[in-house]
Design a protein around this ligand. Structure first.
Ligand code: MG
Length: 382
């Protein structure tokens, strides 16, 4: 039986998932081997002083140089760049890597950790969206166990436990809060700003994923992620609007039984389960769900005409090959433009659609094909 994680590397430690991961690690008495992030110097310094990793990495060279000075009185080694991220991912004393970097930048470090046979707690959905078959094949070859951290995928994982014959699964149902613009029509979305998009009703998350939640691209990426993780065709994956985020996803079986996982809308539980599976442990990090006071649960159909990003993602899922990498690369570039105030909210979907039209799809792609598709999609958006 697989053991509970003991010593952990966090790729993306200063972000929302990274910080909640450290809460779980502290509550469960686990150790930190390495911490890596993009450029948040102050937060990284605090984390390094508190958790005493052997290695702290900032991808940004200047930020890393600053961190090196700040941590000069400690034993923490400081590295930078993609080389540093990969070194953090492969630190030999770690049995587990939490992959929580945002975006395509997480792909190579995650693959490096997989090749070391580590337990991978996967929060970086772009990795599977862009390179699902490749990543899963490597995981199989190197004996690396991938455990989902995304709340929906953790819920599906938990609802699939005990299932011995995947043929008995009728479909996977991902729940979707609907995001901050739920119920709005296209005309009303015209003038939506960065500030409007960054107000999420239930979850507190980083800027990129919060915008993805507003466009419903996040759910689209999750459909593709689920397709790869659970080897299901996109036709057998459905999305249901569930505003309350209490049911985190469901599996419908061939006899029409539905098995769901419920919990408070709090990422600490899926993070912790990815670190303790196949065991469950009690910890102060996770929040109990007060079922008696959580009110009415509602369900509805997503509006694919208004939230075109979800429709585009379903199309990319059907196309396969590098379509996921094109969708994702275009979306990352368009969301960055939106966050910089350069384009309007509705233009995110328009630019993703444009990239999908312009960039040719390659089937059965190599890693290089995927990286090229990503770059071409970003270029098309610019
Ligand atoms: Mg999610």
């Amino acid at each position: 039986m697989m053991e509970i994680s003991k010593r952990i590397t966090i790729l993306g430690s200063t972000g929302s998932i990274g910080r909640q991961s450290l809460e779980v690690i502290a509550a469960c008495g686990m150790e930190v081997a390495a911490l890596a992030a993009n450029s948040s110097v102050k937060r990284m310094e605090e984390q390094a002083r508190q958790f005493k990793p052997e290695l702290a990495v900032l991808a940004d060279e200047k930020a890393a140089a600053d961190l090196r000075v700040r941590l000069a009185d400690t034993n923490v080694r400081v590295l930078s760049g993609m080389g540093g991220l990969i070194e953090a991912a492969t630190v030999s004393s770690a049995d587990t890597a939490i992959a929580a970097l945002v975006g395509m930048v997480g792909l190579r470090p995650t693959l490096a950790a997989i090749r070391e046979g580590k337990r991978i707690a996967l929060a970086n959905k772009e990795t599977l969206v862009c390179a699902g078959p490749l990543v899963l094949e490597e995981a199989k070859d190197y004996g690396a166990r991938i455990l989902p951290v995304d709340s929906e995928h953790s819920a599906l994982f938990q609802s699939l436990e005990g299932n011995r014959d995947r043929g008995e699964v009728k479909r996977l149902i991902l729940t979707c809060s609907g995001g901050p613009f739920y119920g709005k029509k296209t005309e009303e979305l015209q003038g939506m700003t960065r500030e409007d998009a960054l107000q999420h009703p239930n979850w507190s998350m980083g800027a990129k994923i919060t915008v993805d939640s507003a466009t419903l691209m996040n759910k689209g990426l999750e459909v593709i992620e689920a397709m790869h993780l659970y080897h299901m065709p996109v036709e057998k994956i459905s999305v249901v609007i569930h505003r309350e985020s209490i049911i985190h996803s469901l599996v419908e079986y061939c006899d029409n039984a539905m098995i769901a996982q419920l919990g408070a809308p709090d990422m600490c539980l899926p993070i912790q389960y990815a670190l303790t599976w196949p065991k469950r442990i009690a910890s102060t990090a996770t929040t109990p769900l007060d079922l008696w006071n959580c009110g009415t649960l509602t369900f509805g159909t997503p509006d694919l005409d208004t939230f075109r990003c979800l429709a585009l993602a379903l199309e990319a899922a059907k196309t396969g090959g590098t379509a996921g990498a094109i969708l994702n690369g275009a979306n990352e570039a368009a969301v960055a433009q939106f966050l910089a105030g350069e384009i309007g909210f509705l233009e995110i979907a328009q630019r993703v659609a444009l990239a999908m039209e312009r960039v040719p799809v390659v089937q059965d792609p190599t890693l290089n094909d995927i990286l090229e598709a990503d770059a071409a999609a970003r270029e098309a958006v610019r």
